[in-house]
Design a protein around this ligand. Structure first.
Ligand SMILES: Cc1cc2nc3c(=O)[nH]c(=O)nc-3n(C[C@H](O)[C@H](O)[C@H](O)COP(=O)(O)OP(=O)(O)OC[C@H]3O[C@@H](n4cnc5c(N)ncnc54)[C@H](O)[C@@H]3O)c2cc1C
Length: 401
């Protein structure tokens, strides 16, 4: 199919888990290379490594690895594909303890634009090995990855839902920063969804819908979680010793729920009380069906890897912020986009970076924000070498010029 696309010039989409936010894994009138059949998964328990096909979901891998008390860090949703998540970086529940997904990529097999099937690692095509760890699908089709696994028997984790006020949002992020590295926290500040385990009077009220994961010993985990619980009387508290895969709570089938969404991603250095107040006020003011500000504390193991070691260049960024509005009708886009951009602008500090895997269709300037300074120049140089005609262009594109 790569040869066909090369020879005809027809647009080529690559699909792993199909979760591309700007819809890059499909095309109108072009070719879709669906990697679903690349579903091999071989776990070497002794060696603590795995070879996994480029079409496997992160959930399937996580479940299989957990059978052996092992894990590789991915994101927060099991239906996301290994392909897209890994090539863009991979930020999830173990980011502070074990780093990004790319920090556990030991090797990959990549089919390049000219049809070569390359083994890529620190010694073989090291330039390409650097580029595919953060540079997305710009350089070829990753048919297999070799990933490192970590021992992870169980975690203390789960959902903690607290009322959202300026004080609790500020306090939550202060605790997330002060917490030991074993603890990674994702806080979704949003109206409480009508979930059956939440009292009806809470539905629609602003909450911190947090997902906590302490990757370590249970007693220490309970101690690490205590300050979060103490911020306010929890609306729901499901944090307990669990098997790691139990954290992946997303609905298996979204049925007829297909909202339109607009979102912005950014990094900030801190969420002070005034930023927390802005988040709460703006969420209260949103007219969208659902509005959310997601805060992810970074640092830890991810920050100890040198900035130029991979194409993910935001190792020193402290907090990832994703602002999103979900609504029913496409004609409402301008109204909700104004709200999303307004809140993102109000929260912006000195960090101008962006995480490529959360970017929408936002233009070249934003792609450059994902790959600042020398990272962009190095990626362009490698793109020129491996994909000079920009065959792999349906992505957050790094043109070969
Ligand atoms: C509900 C949801 C939750 C998410 N949570 C997180 C999270 O917690 N952490 C995080 O880091 N990200 C998260 N993301 C973002 C996610 O990492 C990206 O959207 C990612 O690109 C999706 O990967 P995929 O394989 O499912 O998508 P796809 O749509 O299949 O692929 C996306 C793009 O990646 C490229 N690509 C994919 N596989 C290959 C391959 N094997 N070879 C070459 N190119 C390839 C292609 O350009 C493709 O268009 C989330 C996204 C969603 C929708």
């Amino acid at each position: 199919m790569i040869a066909l696309a090369r020879e005809t010039g027809v647009e080529l989409a690559i699909r792993s888990g199909g979760h591309s936010i700007p819809g890059h894994s499909t095309t109108e009138g072009g070719l879709v290379l669906d990697l679903g059949d690349l579903n091999g998964l071989e776990i070497d328990v002794e060696d603590r490594t795995a070879w996994v096909g480029g079409g496997v979901t992160t959930g399937r891998y996580t479940n299989a690895a957990a059978e052996h008390g092992l894990a590789t860090p991915f994101g927060d949703t099991g239906s996301v594909g290994i392909g897209g998540l890994t090539l863009g970086g991979g930020v999830g529940f173990l980011v502070r303890k074990h780093g990004l997904t790319i920090d556990d990529v030991l090797a990959a097999e990549v089919v390049t634009a000219d049809g070569r099937h390359l083994r890529v690692d620190a010694d073989s095509h090291p330039d390409l090995f650097w580029a595919i760890r953060g540079g997305g699908g710009n350089f070829g089709v990753a048919t297999r990855f070799q990933l490192r696994l970590h021992e992870l028997d169980g975690i203390v984790g789960g959902m903690l839902i607290l009322p959202a006020t300026a004080d609790t949002v500020y306090g939550f992020m202060a605790e997330a920063e002060a917490a030991p590295e074993e603890l990674s926290a994702i806080a979704n500040v949003m109206p409480a969804p009508p979930m059956p385990f939440l009292p009806a009077e809470q539905h629609g009220r602003l909450v911190i819908f947090a997902l906590l994961a302490y990757a370590g010993e249970a007693d220490a985990g309970e101690r690490a979680v205590a300050p979060f619980r103490a911020l306010a009387e929890p609306v729901a508290d499901m944090v307990r010793p669990i098997r790691y895969p139990e954290l992946f709570v997303g609905p298996p089938d979204e049925g007829d729920y297909h909202p339109v969404a607009v979102a912005r991603t950014m990094y900030v250095d801190s969420i002070d009380r005034s930023a927390a107040e802005t988040i709460v006020e703006q969420l209260e003011a949103s007219t969208a069906m659902m509005a959310v500000t997601q805060l992810r504390m970074l640092g830890g193991a991810a920050a100890r890897v040198p900035v130029d070691a991979t194409a993910y260049a935001h190792r020193q960024s402290r907090i990832m912020v994703n602002v999103a509005a979900l609504f029913g009708a496409p004609q409402e886009v301008p109204e909700h986009e104004r709200w999303v951009v307004g809140l993102a602008d109000a929260l912006r500090q000195d960090d101008t970076g962006a995480y490529v895997n959360f970017l929408g269709d936002e233009g070249e300037e934003r792609i450059r924000a994902a790959y600042p300074g020398p990272t962009w120049d190095r990626l362009v140089e490698i793109k020129r070498r491996y994909d000079p005609t920009n065959l792999f262009r349906l992505n957050q594109n790094i043109p070969p010029r």
